[in-house]
Design a protein around this ligand. Structure first.
Ligand code: GLU
Length: 414
């Protein structure tokens, strides 16, 4: 997938500066938000199946913990780098404040293509990584979770490794675990589910008609559940893509069949009745709603003018650069930011963590009802800030979050 060479941490700091200026954020708070509180950088030795030893680079960035333990996912990707993880950790601090869960922000990653490892190698990598950082994480310190290419199975290995090292079973050290190991009902679909709650709110506000068309970039956990649930909610998903390319049918795609096709052939291309497109062309389709659900920097100053959608729902983290934001806002396109749109994942991580700590578990309906409540509340709060400060959705979300983070920092006395 194409990635413009833009440093995500620079983008994140630009977004911080924009909102801080509008809000007139306390300079003492601002200066502390310009860099992470702590950065862990580790070398992870892994014995490969052929006996060879390989060393992988890993990071955990603990950005801010004014509102509670550091919280955020771990990604396994060959393009992971420290500035990307710093940006993602910062965005988690904002996101957790936006959606109102009592966490700070953190993120981690390993530079690896997990598709090239065997299952046993992946397990050894995951366990070794935890072995290197376990003293710096914990249920009340820093709580990792899944992100790009990391699964409930990986979370299970990590929870197990941590628990062995500290000598007791500690499910609350990590979220996104399998259901049978203290995971929460509803967590798997939570990010997509929360995104569709927001899609419905935004579509209503924009008066989009039933059957409004949606193009989704990315077909991982987030893109897939979003596609299924958007179709079920009466939208028409006309295009989806994975890292190899996109498929498009203006009459709509049967997502169940698309899923089966991808499973059978390993790729989306040549889906019956659809045309094949590049990921770049998917972004420029004549649709009502565009949903970037893959990686950062997809919508940038080079293509922002060509976007035809009226509404962008950011399900990936950091898919739109600050320069593109300016262009889109000027053109009247609504960009519902990542820190709101994809916050259903971490909101449900919070529900999982609470269940782990209390030992009392809820049913799926209960979890999704609570999740819906968080999403709708965050949406209303952002609309209010947007109105008050006459600004775009991203600034409004950042303003909401920065007020909450600043309150916590000031009350705690930093
Ligand atoms: N990786 C997800 C995100 O970017 C979820 C994080 C979490 O549940 O802690 O929001």
């Amino acid at each position: 997938m194409f990635m413009a060479k833009i440093n995500p941490f620079k983008s994140a700091m630009q977004q911080l500066a924009n909102a801080a200026q509008i809000l007139k954020l306390n300079p003492r708070v601002l200066s502390q938000l310009k860099s992470p509180k702590r950065t862990l950088s580790v070398s992870v030795p892994v014995e490969m199946d052929n006996g060879e030893l390989k060393v992988f680079e890993g990071f955990r960035v603990q950005y801010n913990d004014a509102r509670g333990p550091f919280k955020g996912g771990l990604r396994f990707h060959p393009q992971v780098n420290l500035d990307e993880i710093k940006a993602l950790a910062f965005w988690m601090a904002i996101k957790n404040a936006v959606v109102g869960v009592p966490y700070g922000g953190g993120k981690g990653g390993i530079v690896v293509n997990p598709k090239k490892l065997s299952k046993r190698e992946l397990e050894r990598l995951s366990r070794q990584f935890i072995g290197l950082i376990y003293k710096d994480i914990g249920p009340h310190v820093d709580v990792p979770a899944p992100d790009v290419n990391t699964t409930p199975e990986i979370m299970a290995w990590m929870a197990d490794e941590y628990s062995k090292l500290v000598g007791s079973w500690q499910p609350a050290v990590i979220t996104g675990k399998p259901l049978h190991l203290g995971g929460s009902r509803g967590r798997e679909e939570a990010t997509g589910f929360g995104g569709v709650v927001i899609l419905k709110q935004a579509a209503n506000a924009l008066r989009l008609k039933r059957g409004a068309s949606v193009a989704i970039q990315g077909f991982g956990n987030v893109g897939l559940f979003f596609a299924r649930l958007a179709n079920a909610a009466g939208f028409k998903v006309v295009a989806v893509s994975d890292s190899q390319g996109a498929i498009y049918n203006p009459r709509g795609l049967d997502i169940g069949k698309v899923e089966a096709h991808k499973k059978a052939l390993g790729s989306l291309t040549h889906f019956p009745g659809a045309v094949n497109l590049t990921n770049e062309k998917l972004l420029q389709l004549p649709v009502d709603v565009l949903v970037p659900a893959a990686l950062e920097n997809q919508i940038h100053k080079g293509n922002a003018k060509k976007i035809q959608a009226k509404l962008i729902v950011e399900m990936a983290n950091g898919p739109t650069t600050p320069e593109a934001d300016v262009i889109l806002h000027r053109r009247g396109v609504w960009v519902v930011p990542d820190v709101l749109a994809n916050s259903g994942g971490v909101a449900t991580s919070y529900l999982e963590w609470s269940q782990n700590l209390s030992g009392f578990y809820w049913g799926r309906d209960e979890v999704l009802k609570k999740l819906t409540g968080y999403m709708v509340e965050a949406w209303k709060n952002i609309l209010r800030e947007r109105e008050k400060y006459q600004t775009d959705f991203r600034n409004a979300a950042f303003i909401l979050a920065l007020k909450r983070i600043a309150d916590a920092m000031e009350s705690r006395g930093n």
